[in-house]
Write a protein that binds this ligand. Structure first.
Ligand code: PLP
Length: 420
């Protein structure tokens, strides 16, 4: 099946006279006829369901759909994108271990890696996509356990050279984890380019309607964990009666351990109703992404003609620094566009205030057009030097183009430029 068909039919197939639409199974637990049958499920939790902290039929249908879209062997949903990133890392790292990460990533992930995980004893080295292979290789230690990056970075909008970073990670015996939130599997399937694990904030385009937070981890099933670096996957797990995940579950070892071990202990599983809403978003994802690309292109072309716009970052523009990477890895672009307004902070904030259709909000990928001024909001605590290092100018605005008629979006932008 192609993506449009998978989005509508993967994960849930009604049996005879069953509901056509994915049902919401609102239950914490599952009843069994005998104690012996429950005991069997504890021996192998992949056999059936016992408790909705590990699995729920509504959520699992959505997990199967996303795994199918990304070309993975399995997926696990989480209650937020942050939870997905956290568990994807903790499934491989403990105190003393080390991560190599691209520096152009989501601010929340930078904080997770450089502050919170550091306090837990997991160290991080940041590298840039502009670094040479030798510079990137120099960041690895014998305790490095993974490489982390984003397909299209939020908010830098740079494009990850997935094949290059997969090659470097694999040469050091570790997997590449890619946050594919901004691209979605409709525009890029990182596993096909060599990534091993994919994570998403489903809060963004996948849900698409700004209804609920969520995340997902997808296991490509591609990485061979039997190289001595990942005993938590290959050696007996004493907290699970001595199971070896690679021996018991083969290519799905990573995602099954994430569920049996980490979801058991951290409990960040989404509610059935949230998964139902996410599924509604997924059903129309390919249609919406095509329209986002089209609206984004019209707005980016319009911004190019604006005197008050000093620079634009959107990788689908042929003048963009990452256009070659965009052409190689992406079939379209998300509709988040960053641009600099001449006149710095004051003019940028006045521009936001003058907009009538676009709303000021701390979100991207809302179905409605929204806009944010990072220097006065998400990066408010930064000094001018820190802003510069993060690539955020005082006049930078992050516009998330929505699915209104693009003529109305353009008219709103034009009247705001006229005001300033
Ligand atoms: C929003 C976002 C996250 C965090 O997701 P939440 O659902 O807000 O926890 C992670 N990565 C990227 C790229 C994001 O845009």
């Amino acid at each position: 099946m192609r993506d449009e068909t998978k989005c509508l039919h993967s994960g849930y197939k009604p049996g005879n006279a069953e509901p056509r639409v994915l049902p919401i199974v609102q239950s914490t637990t599952y009843a069994y006829d005998t104690a012996e049958e429950i005991a069997k499920v504890f021996d192998d939790p992949t056999l059936s369901l016992v408790y909705s902290r590990f699995g729920n039929p509504t959520v699992m249908a959505v997990e199967d759909k996303i795994a199918d879209l990304e070309g993975g062997v399995g997926a696990m949903c989480t209650s937020s994108g942050q939870a997905a990133t956290l568990l994807s890392i903790l499934n491989l790292c403990g105190a003393g271990d080390h991560i190599v990460s691209l520096s152009a990533i989501y601010g929340g992930t930078i904080n997770l890696l450089s502050v919170t995980l550091k306090r837990l004893g997991i160290d991080v080295s940041f590298v840039s996509g502009d670094d040479t292979d030798a510079q990137i290789e120099a960041a690895f230690t014998d305790r490095t356990r993974l490489v982390f990056g984003e397909t299209i970075a939020n908010p830098a909008l740079s494009v990850l050279d997935i094949e290059r970073f997969a090659r470097i990670a694999h040469a050091h015996g570790v997997p590449l984890i890619v946050d594919n939130t901004f691209a979605t599997p409709v525009f890029c399937k990182p596993i096909g380019f060599g990534a091993d694990i994919v994570v998403h904030s489903t809060t963004k385009y996948m849900d698409g309607h700004a209804l609920q937070n969520g995340g997902v981890i997808v296991d490509g099933g591609t990485f061979d964990w039997n190289n001595g670096k990942f005993p938590e996957l290959t050696e007996p797990d004493e907290s699970y009666h001595g199971i070896s995940y690679t021996k018991a579950y083969g290519r799905a070892a990573y995602i099954i351990r994430a569920r049996m071990n980490l979801m058991r202990d951290f409990g960040v599983y989404p509610a059935a109703h949230s998964a139902f809403l996410l599924n509604l978003g997924l059903e129309t994802l390919p249609v919406r992404m095509r329209q986002y690309h089209e609206n984004g292109m019209r707005v980016a072309r319009y911004l190019e003609t604006q005197e008050k716009v000093e620079s634009i970052k959107w990788p689908a523009l042929p003048t963009d620094k990452d256009y070659a990477l965009y052409q190689k890895y992406l079939k379209g672009c998300c509709a988040v566009i960053s641009f600099d307004i001449a006149g710095g902070r004051e003019k940028a904030m006045a521009f936001l205030d003058a907009l009538k259709l676009a709303s000021n909000e701390v979100h991207v990928a809302d179905i409605r057009t929204c806009i944010l001024h990072p220097a006065s909001s998400t990066h408010r605590q930064c000094t001018p030097e820190q802003l510069k290092a993060a690539g955020i100018d005082e006049g930078l605005v992050r516009l998330s183009v929505g699915l209104e008629n693009v003529e109305d979006i353009l008219a709103d932008l034009q009247q705001a430029f006229d005001v300033i």
